[in-house]
Ligand binder design. Structure first.
Ligand code: AMP
Ligand code: GLY
Length: 315
């Protein structure tokens, strides 16, 4: 089997390492890869999605796997599939679960997936007025679009909230990702990540993990893309996983299928267990980073076979 893996981080290094455990994976191309990955596969720089399509055709790639969210949000899966190439990941529409937090929150609200209460704003004045309406702090402010894991702010008071709103919506520190923002209740509790590999209908559940996002030791400072992770979570039992499968993952994917956008790929469920029950903090449409680096080493089965089965709807 010839596999092309898109991405250049620790997550992709781990995926490459896991893929290479299967002797069936004879050729691995990492686009662009990194220093660590160069001992596992051929690293090659391809600058555009059409170049990747061309390369996959020329090399006769059997399976392409997308690591990061940006190519999914740009529609890489749609383009590969239109050319008859096998790729694992959601199409651009299904990837909105990650690429638009507003879409994801409204989806959850519409279909009864438990999540934090929220309001959406497309004007800074309206968002600031909302902060001044006597809400209880801390509050969470989120950019709608992709911001490399840095678009979520927990603010302690009105002043801090106003600064964040202004940075996101006026200074546009994350560009168009700040055209809309979410202000939501701040939840307290233990966080958990459960990732599901979906073939559009059926899924394979990966081991639980927890990531730590704040930049400083002792969980202080702003959120980052993720400083570290561990797996398994000692408090996550089978019934918790079954509950998340039944109340979060399956209803989400069934609804997407119903809407004609089946979810094929990794559905990352970021969860928080509050005193009032479990809530979804976020969905991602790909392998978590850095959760993958602690989850895949615990997986015994060959990843490539699962990915192929998911891509062909036979999981
Ligand atoms: P996200 O990018 O949506 O995963 O958010 C990054 C991190 O911000 C999460 O892992 C949580 O630690 C924190 N966070 C996000 N939303 C909330 C919330 N409503 N309440 C408390 N913490 C949150
Ligand atoms: N660990 C969080 C993420 O992958 O977005």
């Amino acid at each position: 089997m010839k596999v092309m893996l898109i991405g250049s981080g620790g997550r992709e290094h781990c995926i490459a390492w896991k893929l290479k455990q299967n002797p069936e994976v004879k050729e691995l191309y990492c686009v662009p890869g990194n220093g660590g990955m160069s001992s596992l596969g051929v690293c090659i720089t391809l600058n555009t999605i059409p170049e990747m399509v061309q390369f996959a055709k020329e090399k006769g790639i059997d399976l392409t796997l997308v690591g990061p969210e940006a190519p999914l949000a740009s529609g890489i899966v749609d383009l590969f599939k239109a050319e008859g190439l096998t790729i694992i990941g959601p199409n651009q529409k299904a990837a909105r679960l990650e690429s638009s937090k507003v879409y994801a929150k409204q989806f959850m609200k519409r279909f009864g997936i438990p999540t934090a209460q929220f309001e959406v704003f497309d004007r800074p004045e309206a968002a600031i007025a909302y902060l001044k309406a006597g809400l209880k702090f801390p509050l969470v402010i989120k950019a709608d679009g992709l911001a490399a894991g840095k678009g979520v702010f927990i603010v302690e008071d009105e002043e801090e909230g106003e600064d964040v709103i202004s940075e996101l919506m006026v200074d546009k520190i994350f560009g168009n990702a700040g055209n809309q923002i979410i202000v939501e209740e701040c939840l307290e509790g233990e966080e958990a990540t459960i990732m599901f590999l979906f073939d559009g209908k059926s899924c394979c559940i990966l081991p639980s993990s927890q990531d730590h996002k704040r930049v400083g030791d002792s969980d202080v400072g702003p959120n980052t893309g993720g400083m570290g992770a561990y797996s398994p979570l000692p408090w996550v039992a089978d019934d918790f996983v079954a509950q998340i499968t039944e109340t979060v993952a399956l209803p989400t994917v069934r609804q997407l299928e119903h809407e004609g956008t089946p979810f094929i790929g990794l559905l990352y469920c970021g969860l928080i267990v509050t005193a009032r029950g479990v809530r979804v903090i976020e969905f991602n449409a790909r392998f978590g980073d850095p959760e993958t680096q602690v989850v895949l080493p615990r997986m015994v089965s060959p990843l490539s076979e699962y990915l192929l089965a998911a891509a062909s709807g036979t999981l």
